[in-house]
Design a protein around this ligand. Structure first.
Ligand code: DSN
Length: 411
């Protein structure tokens, strides 16, 4: 690279990524092919619009690419051709936040109600948090987890939905470790006449690999980012049913396409779409099924061993790639835990736990995820970690966290 300053920073980051044990639940390591597609000549192309209806010349190859990416996405997540025909997918969202914004803009009038999981329960900012546009432009209401079990309480969700009458109900989260009952969500949605959206950003790879239940039989909209367990580039997909919207000429899918472009975004990042198509192909391989199962085995092994070593795991365990751990119970705040682990070469993020009394900037826990370590060992030798590595890792985490616990809170 001619730009030596940037070359140095890239090398520095590569060295960091190879050195640390990465337990950040939303990160992963993409293949060389995904990176090659990201750095391809597609980055030079403007292609506002959709295949066959562009605002620029020279989009013939881009059209072919976008159609292929759509076909791969639909095939990966919806196995039956008959079911697949009922869905459409938009592959243009730059990432999760614009994707979710587009869904709300398409289907909910500003000021109307949206309902999602509370942030401290493990929900996401774009599901109506006050600091996000989703919480400013719409009236956002939230469901939490049960105080005792720290799991979803469908009776409570139904009660809130009946009272608040959301236009859209969102299932999906960033730090909830359990498998939901999508059928129960559907019944709640039907009871209040809402639209059912599932944000599978975190567990998309697990769904694709058959290791986590699919929301497609129940949802009206399924959105996902593509760079977490799905192991693709930073991007997003919005799947939508070709169902007519009440009092509108449009289907849900058509309204979302209009909201993505020109509603929220300009020209798609075509190189990102190329990389996404590569990742979708990789996720369709038999080896990806094995990978998805191993991610969960590793998360379970890690959470079980940490529990055995005296740590309180939120909800008592995990059914997915991640879990949160209450570090404050042993006198270590989430912020301090994050810093201590970083000093020991382990990257995690501080995380609020359900009903957390501490602020998000230094909450009561941390979140740990196994998607990245299941892909690659530190040093990037081939292959990832297994359950035995998780047992060793739990001991390393415990030793790092308990060091100097006398001055363990920031606030
Ligand atoms: N910030 C991502 C996460 O870490 O879960 C979600 O957008």
């Amino acid at each position: 690279m001619r730009d030596k300053q940037i070359e140095r920073l890239i090398e520095q980051e590569e060295t960091r990524q190879k050195r640390v044990i990465n337990l950040i639940a939303s990160e992963n390591f993409v293949s060389d092919d995904v990176r090659e597609a990201l750095g391809s000549v597609f980055t030079n192309k403007y292609a506002e619009g959709y295949p066959g209806k562009r605002y620029y010349a020279g989009c013939e190859t881009v059209d072919e690419l976008e159609k292929l990416a759509r076909a791969r996405a639909l095939k990966l997540f919806i196995r039956s051709p008959a079911d697949r025909r009922k869905w459409s997918v938009n592959v243009q969202p730059y990432s999760g936040s614009p994707a979710n914004l587009a869904v709300y803009l398409a289907l909910v009038k500003p000021g109307d109600t949206i309902m999602g999981m509370a942030l401290d329960a493990g929900g996401h900012l774009t599901h109506g948090a006050k600091v996000s546009a989703s919480g400013k432009l719409w009236k956002a209401v939230h469901y939490n987890v049960d105080r005792k079990t720290e799991k979803l309480n469908y009776g409570a969700i139904l009660r809130i939905a009946r009272k608040e009458k959301p236009k859209i109900l969102i299932a999906g989260w960033s730090a909830y470790s359990r498998v939901p009952d999508f059928n129960k969500f559907r019944k709640i949605v039907d009871a209040v006449g809402a639209i059912f959206m599932v944000d599978i950003s975190h567990f998309a790879g697990l769904v694709a690999g058959g290791a986590y239940p699919s929301p497609f039989p129940y949802a009206d909209i399924v959105m996902t980012t593509t760079h977490k367990t799905l192991r693709g580039p930073r991007a997003a997909l919005v799947f939508a049913r070709k169902l007519k919207i009440k009092n509108s000429k449009l289907t849900i899918a058509q309204a979302i396409d209009k909201a993505v472009f020109p509603g929220v975004q300009g020209g798609p990042h075509v190189n990102q779409i190329a990389a996404l198509a590569v990742a979708l192909h990789e996720a369709a391989q038999p080896s990806f099924k094995k990978y998805a199962k191993q991610i969960i085995k590793n998360a379970r092994a890690l959470s079980n061993e940490l529990a055995r070593l005296g740590w309180r795991i939120v909800s008592g365990g995990t059914d997915s790639h991640l879990f949160s751990m209450d570090t404050m119970l042993r006198g270590v705040s989430g912020g301090v835990a994050e810093a201590r682990l970083a000093a020991a070469g382990i990257t995690v993020n501080k995380e609020s736990i359900p009903f957390d009394k501490r602020p998000p900037a230094d909450p009561s826990g941390i979140r740990l995820g196994t998607a990245a370590v299941t892909t690659r060992l530190p040093g990037w030798q081939a292959g990832g970690m297994n359950e035995r590595d998780m047992i060793r890792l739990a001991k390393k985490i415990t030793a790092a966290l308990l060091e100097d616990s006398t001055s363990a809170t920031r606030a």
